[in-house]
Design a protein around this ligand. Structure first.
Ligand code: PGA
Length: 250
């Protein structure tokens, strides 16, 4: 049984004071929800305050990135150990913005996944094709390459969540149709079956991300291969994030 995961990726938004206020309002509005796992990923500078605010709730906390080393001379970087101590249970790795603007390769993402797992941080491993790749019918080739490269030396996938985020859908208002997303999710699950076996693939949660909104959440969550969503813009406003959390599947 795969419990749906609704994750908010705040990117470089919300100062610590704003993040704390949002977390408080979210906690109050939600109460304790049991049939869905809720995660927010604020900027590093807000983690401690948000963790404190969420201490008596079941809303989980995640980082948006980390270094593959746990300490040392890496000016400006953040260690997974710091995330753990700030109360994070998850970390987003390989987001397309990291790949696009900060040159992260499959190899780098793989090193980060290995380190995160060693620290008991659950990686949300992001993959997805660009518009040019989709138009050139390369979607499955790209997805397979990212999966192969990102999962080298990983023997157990049970603590990993995969997020399929087509680059052309992120922040653009163009969502993949539920059918387009489900088709890629099925391909990801098939690839994972071949690599890790059927049971691991059945238990794996695969999120969709890219312009998820209150308007399209219900139809996305109706798809049998979509186990949750990674939400950027629409997770920044309380009303829209709440509506996404309270998705309907009937
Ligand atoms: P978006 O971002 O919902 O604003 O498209 C999603 C993401 O980048 O994770």
């Amino acid at each position: 049984m795969r419990i749906p995961l609704i994750a908010g990726n705040w990117k470089m938004n919300k100062k610590p004071s704003e993040a704390k206020e949002f977390a408080e309002q979210l906690k109050e509005a939600l109460g304790i929800k049991v049939n869905v796992e809720i995660l927010i990923c604020p900027p590093f500078t807000a983690l401690s305050q948000v963790a404190w605010m969420l201490r008596d709730s079941n809303i989980k906390l995640g980082g948006q990135n980390m270094h593959w080393e746990t300490k040392g001379a890496f000016t400006g970087e953040i260690s997974g150990e710091f995330l753990v101590e700030c109360g994070c249970q998850y970390v987003i790795l390989g987001h397309s913005e990291r790949r696009q603007y900060f040159g992260e390769t499959d190899e780098v993402v793989n090193k980060k996944i290995v380190t995160a797992l060693s620290l008991n941080l659950n990686p949300i491993f992001c993959i997805g094709e660009s518009l040019a790749e989709r138009e050139a019918n390369q979607t499955f080739v790209v997805i397979k390459k990212q999966l192969d490269g990102g999962l080298i030396n990983i023997t157990n996938i049970s603590n990993i969540v995969i997020a399929y985020e087509p680059v052309w859908a992120i922040g653009t208002g163009k969502t993949a149709t539920p059918e387009q997303a489900n088709e890629v999710h099925a391909f990801i699950r098939e690839t994972i079956t071949q690599k890790f076996g059927k049971d691991s693939a059945n238990d794996l949660r695969i999120l969709y991300g890219g312009s998820v909104t209150p308007e399209n959440i219900d139809s996305l969550m109706l798809q049998d291969g979509i186990d949750g969503v990674l939400v950027g813009g629409a997770s920044l406003k309380l009303e829209s994030f709440l509506r996404i959390i309270n998705f309907h599947t009937q």
